[in-house]
Design a protein around this ligand. Structure first.
Ligand code: PLP
Length: 284
């Protein structure tokens, strides 16, 4: 099936989908994005992702290209047109629009650019990866101070992921100048302390408010687990009993090594796997 993109009001074949060279997203990374996970052919946590998109737009003082209600109808239509009937994802990007290059916001009424794409994700491969767990590396936190905005300005994230890939790891964790692990380059990071307490970095400007994080916190509290949204250091992380990542497309992904140091017995932790199962049950 050919892939269909949505660009500024039109459904077009992906190979013909185009954005203007003076788009501010292209010239300044002046835009925001969202990734909507799709499971069993349905969009997961759609309202939370729309809510975060609203916050990102507000964070950059950008307007909606379309009423959110209309966007909500285009998303399932994109699944239909792209034949995404099982696992997958929808990528949505909004930029401040097209205007002659000038750093400050363009004056007058410039229409934001809206691009949406949808594609299938091989869920069986993700499930298999969760059985063995993944390795991560650490990198110095070098991003701008507003990590809560899901901006398309991802140069540090992209370079961190490349470094991870070159070292045979799946993710890079950011460690700030106080030794605190903030999050992954494209995921939220969690540990299970030796005393069984589940920990993840608190919300604020330092991390993206992960939608999966929100749902996993809810599940953990319902299960009666001890949870702390509190800063922890890399030294604490390497001594953890278990660790895992969460993200829209990976759900809950066990971590077995940090910078080559093996966590626990080197296999995915029981709590990580049970949270993964509970998360999947919830989205089903
Ligand atoms: N942190 C960063 C920097 C991310 O890019 C992502 C997802 O892409 C996350 C955390 C996880 O967020 P979510 O669970 O909403 O996918």
């Amino acid at each position: 099936m050919s892939h269909i993109a949505y660009v500024n009001g039109r459904y077009v074949p992906l190979r013909k989908a185009q954005v203007h060279v003076e788009d501010r997203g292209f010239q300044f990374a002046d835009g925001v994005y969202e990734v909507f996970p799709v499971y069993a052919g349905r969009i997961v946590n759609q309202d939370w992702h729309m809510q975060r998109l609203a916050q990102s737009l507000q964070g950059l003082r950008m307007g909606w290209p379309l009423a959110p209600g209309v966007l909500n109808m285009i998303l399932p239509e994109m699944l239909r047109r792209n034949g995404v009937t099982n696992g997958g994802m929808i990528y949505l990007q909004i930029t401040r629009g097209v205007s002659p290059r000038n750093h400050a916001f363009p004056g007058g009424k410039v229409k934001p650019t809206l691009v949406i794409m949808a594609r299938a994700v091989n869920m069986a491969a993700r499930h298999a990866q969760a059985e063995t767990g993944v390795r991560v590396i650490t990198v110095p936190e070098n991003r701008w101070p507003r990590r809560d905005i899901k901006s398309v300005s991802l140069l540090p994230n992209m370079l961190a992921k490349q470094q991870a890939a070159e070292q045979g790891a799946s993710e890079a964790l950011y460690v700030n100048d106080r030794g605190i692990v903030t999050e992954g380059a494209s995921s939220t990071f969690w540990i299970v302390r030796p005393d069984g307490v589940l920990m993840t970095h608190p919300l604020g400007h330092d991390i993206l408010p992960g939608v999966t994080r929100r749902v996993v916190l809810e599940i953990a509290r319902e299960k009666g687990l001890k949870v702390e949204e509190r800063e922890f250091t890399l030294a604490e992380a390497v001594k953890a009993r278990e660790a895992f990542l969460t993200s829209a497309t990976n759900f809950v992904m066990p971590v077995t090594q940090i910078d080559g140091q093996i966590l626990g017995n080197g296999a995915p932790g029981d709590l990580s796997l049970s949270l993964r199962r509970a998360y999947i049950e919830r989205i089903e």
